[in-house]
Design a protein around this ligand. Structure first.
Ligand code: NAD
Ligand code: TYD
Length: 373
């Protein structure tokens, strides 16, 4: 990496925390996490890199001593708060920003789109303004080296039929409030690059999975329901297809794009691991049959329950990662088969992380079932 001081928004979330762990532990970078700690923010995900959630989280920029000999700082703040974002930029003096803070769950966006518009759209615009104000104070060399990297999703492209792949040139056609808000944020980032010259990068990634994944998303939800002996809710017929990428492979792509990507460009990230939802659920069941057999000898698959479909459910996502692979040399380290086994094992070994979430924040109830007329 050429740059060494990073602001990571959403650094207490699933992907953000994986990125922060990599930056701090493997790249020895200095990181300021900016995170509002919504229901999805779990600062315990940063314990591995020395964060003490009881002592290290500050709400005021002035309370953070950036001269202290440490590599991880944590500001509990809302990205919509331009003044605090501007103060954070001025005090921390980053070389780059990884912007991951977002409302990220499609089902919750169906139940309540307002927070998605506020954080994903207004929040991104406000963060861009704060970054631009800071960028304008930099020397010409530092301005050239600075990067505002926006982390987005393949869901902005809408849905595929049985064949084909999303490329960087696929027209935007989002369907859920979540994907529409992410599409809007992508357009804002491009507008700040084209209008003000801010050096931006955008990555659009497929579905991630791995350790520290909040158990509202399919894979951790299914693992925890299996362990609880609860029904495994499969929407519709389970025929919808997602393209699964292990979170650390996404993190490696993000760092590569940050270092080598051309400002103004977009890169799609995905590892050609398409599976139907039913296949994913059956795979988790089979791994658990092996690693944690049920006491009564029955198979976990017997818990599968087909439930009402998600409104506006996109049929299929699949990424063409050719640009990232050929221009920047990215290659994922894991296939779905290796990554999913490691993930299931991680949940078996780390109930200290998920049990409090499961008991205090979200116990697996169905979300996003609003009636359509
Ligand atoms: P997540 O829901 O696990 O984490 C989001 C984090 O953002 C949380 O820590 C939350 O507290 C924080 N946050 C939310 N609103 C905020 C606000 N107003 N101000 C500051 N912080 C706020 O999400 P994730 O799965 O880690 O996704 C991270 C990013 O990657 C998102 O932008 C998402 O759109 C994108 N993405 C996710 C996936 C995926 O499969 N999970 C795939 C592609 C892209
Ligand atoms: P999810 O993990 O919510 O990610 P996304 O909606 O962003 O792709 O869902 C992945 C797929 O799994 C999606 O097609 C919806 C489906 N799904 C279920 O079948 N059952 C569930 O309980 C959940 C949460 C999702």
């Amino acid at each position: 990496m050429m740059t060494k001081r990073f602001i990571v928004t959403g650094g207490a979330g699933f992907i953000g925390s994986a990125l922060v762990r990599h930056l701090v532990r493997d790249l020895e970078a200095t990181v300021l996490v900016v995170d509002k700690l919504t229901y999805a923010g779990v600062p315990e995900s940063l314990k591995e890199v020395g964060l003490d959630p009881a002592a290290d989280i500050q709400s005021e920029v002035a309370a953070l001593d950036f001269t202290a000999p440490r590599r991880l700082f944590f500001l509990k703040a809302d990205i919509c708060d331009v003044e605090r974002m501007s103060a954070a930029f001025a005090a921390f003096h980053p070389d780059a920003v990884f912007h991951l803070a977002a409302e990220s769950h499609v089902d919750r966006s169906i139940d309540g789109p307002g927070e998605f518009i506020r954080t994903n759209v207004t929040g991104t615009a406000n963060l861009l303004q704060a970054a631009l104000g800071y960028w304008r104070t930099l020397s010409a060399d530092a301005q050239e080296a600075f990067r505002f990297q926006h982390i987005s999703t393949d869901e902005v492209y809408g849905t595929l039929g049985e064949t084909g792949f999303f490329t960087e040139k696929t027209p935007y056609s989002p369907h859920s409030p979540y994907s529409a808000s992410k599409a809007a944020s992508d357009h804002l980032v491009r507008a700040w690059a084209d209008t003000y010259g801010l050096p931006t990068l955008i990555t659009n990634c497929s579905n991630n999975y791995g350790p520290y994944h909040f158990p509202e998303k399919l894979i951790p939800l299914i693992i925890l329901n299996c362990l609880d002996g609860k029904p495994l809710p499969v929407y519709g017929k389970g025929a919808n297809v997602r393209d699964w990428l292990y979170v650390d492979d996404h993190v490696a792509a993000l760092c590569l794009v940050n270092e080598k990507g051309a400002p103004g460009e977009t890169y799609n990230v995905g590892g050609h691991n398409e599976r139907t939802n039913l296949e994913v659920v059956q795979t988790v069941c089979r791994i658990l049959d092996e690693l944690r057999p049920r006491p009564d000898g029955s198979k976990y698959e017997s818990l599968i329950a087909f439930v009402a479909d998600r409104p506006g459910h996109d049929l299929r996502y699949a990424i063409d990662p050719t640009k990232l692979m050929t221009e920047l040399g990215w290659k994922p380290a894991r296939t779905f088969d290796t990554g999913i086994r490691e993930t299931v094992q991680w949940y078996l070994d780390n109930d200290w992380w998920w049990r409090p979430i499961h008991e205090q924040k979200y116990a697996g109830q169905r979300l996003g079932t609003i009636k359509r007329n």
